[in-house]
Design a protein around this ligand. Sequence first.
Ligand code: FES
Length: 348
Amino acid sequence: MTQTPAHEHLPAHAPSGDLPVADIPHRLRVTDTDPKAARRAERQVATMFLLSMVFGIAFVVAYFAIDPEVAVYIPVLGEVGASNVVLGVTMGASIFLIGAGAIQWAKKLMPDVEVVQQRHSLTAPKDETQKAEANYQRGKEESGFARYPIIRRTLIGAMALFPIPLVVMLRDLWDSPPGSPSPQEILSTTLWHDGMRIVTDGTYQPIRPEDMPVGTLVSAAPADLMEVQEAEHNLNARGKAAIILVRMEPDEIRAQQGDGWDYQGIVAYSKICTHVGCPIALYEHRTHHLLCPCHQSTFDLADAGNVIFGPAARRMPQLPIGVDEEGFLVAKAGFAEPVGPSFWERNA
Ligand code: FES
């Protein structure tokens, strides 16, 4: 390896405070001395970037070309979606090759020098240190922290005991007062009942079936939500009653939690994930899968809201729906199962 004094390699554009490292001889790379090697490195880097583009295009083609229902068998993993595998590999390769090309470029072709960057001392000047000490002493005097020992000690005691009430309140997380309703009972009661109109969440407009073409998803709530919320200051009511409406072709519905619980292909499910309660609205209309963004639990809305992937242990509760005499969507009953997270099942 050729070695030369470092100062010969300090680039012209180096910051004015930078100095060459005096004691370390600079080692030239092959690409610094051999133009053929430099061109080879250049071609390698360009090839990696080119391959990255190819994998990027392959990702787009695979996204449209591979049927998401098609599965492939992979040893150890078992049956997995072919689309997921190909998309993952192409996307991963595309990103990896950009990174690998950039590293190769930096290591072999970018300027390679050792420099010392001049920095000022981090110690404050003596007069500023003295000023800070004087300020601290004056604050101590003015607060009387040293002069009133009883106040000082009682303040320290109060601060030490302050976290205790917070710790005691943690008990509520696992123990309820005797006679209070169980979590299962609380989560089984929502504002939904027979005849309750379904309105859009946010604008509170009633919904007609014809407002929802096949493939749409609407976040919805019970019509009297605002009154209850204002009268009872009851934010829990809003959380428990939140639903999503999804429309699919009626013959795509393979199973429901009760006979005829849809209305012409419109199904209503709780919006609160049965894992730990995140609101869900990520719906893939071709597969009818509903994906929770928190921990990736996936529910099949064409198959009674059953869990098909992830940590959720319970299906999404379904709300039976129909229309009233004016043609607006209404609930036909409340939920038949508790909504929300299923932590209470551990005590059942
Ligand atoms: S809250 Fe939905 S998967 Fe965890």
